[in-house]
Design a protein around this ligand. Structure first.
Ligand code: FMN
Length: 223
């Protein structure tokens, strides 16, 4: 397989300092709206990197579901590998890779778990099949066969055939409060545009859940 010659130039757009909004969350929303308007598939898909107790990072794709109060929210199984990692180390990194737009956004921040009421609100809005799948899947654990998984789903369907499906106590939302953003726009000859937003006054390292910074400084980074 020859991968060496697979390359393209990134020529769609440039990004200059004067294009950027002062608040990185507003800048994120502006780009997200453009990604949605462009017809991009799964614009809310983001990669979240976590680190386990031994220092080993791992990543997976999840779907961004809300941007409530300057945080990034997604939903998952609370006994999953990612949730276990976050309990050990709440520092995470998110990546939106919008390659057809020649853009990526990297966000570093700290994660925490949403309250039951907030998680329930979203769980109730999901299609019934997704609710049942949450009950049927012990996410991240080995499973003997596809057949077993489908059997579990059928059992849950039977169990909750009447009335509302309750939220499993092992399922809920995780919110990430950003502490740093980087907006990347591809340019010709690999001279890409990169801008990093970081807090003017970073929160102390020993603060468990750092608040959303009030003021941000913006720096251009070499590509
Ligand atoms: C497009 C896409 C969207 C996904 N969305 C979610 C999601 O919102 N929540 C989730 O728990 N897993 C989602 N997954 C599955 C995760 O990538 C992952 O396989 C799962 O969460 C288990 O990860 P873990 O074992 O590292 O905890 C998605 C996968 C893809 C490819």
């Amino acid at each position: 397989m020859n991968l060496e010659n697979l390359r393209r130039e990134y020529l769609q757009k440039g990004l200059s300092r004067s294009d950027l909004l002062a608040d990185p969350m507003e800048q994120f929303k502006f780009w997200m709206q453009q990604a949605m308007d462009s017809g991009l598939i799964d614009p809310t898909a983001m990669s979240i990197a976590t680190v386990d107790a031994s220092g080993q990072p791992s990543q997976r794709t999840v779907l961004l579901k809300d941007l409530h109060q300057n945080s990034f929210i997604f939903y998952t199984n609370l006994q999953s590998k990612k949730a276990q990692d976050i309990r050990q180390n709440n520092k995470v990194s998110l990546l939106f890779a919008w390659l057809p737009l020649e853009r990526q956004i990297k966000i570093q921040g700290t994660a925490s778990f949403l309250g039951k009421a907030e998680s329930l609100k979203y769980f109730s809005s999901r299609p019934k099949e997704s609710q049942l799948a949450a009950w049927a899947s012990s996410q991240s654990k080995p499973v003997s066969s596809r057949q077993f998984l489908e059997m579990q789903f059928a059992r849950m369907k039977e169990k909750y055939s009447q009335g509302k499906i309750p939220i499993p106590d092992f399922w809920g939302g995780i919110k990430i409060i950003p502490q740093q953003f980087e907006f990347w726009q591809g340019r010709g000859h690999r001279l890409h545009d990169r801008f990093r937003f970081s807090p003017v006054q970073p929160a102390p390292e020993n603060v468990e859940q750092k608040p959303f910074p009030k003021t941000w400084q913006i720096e251009r980074l070499a590509p």
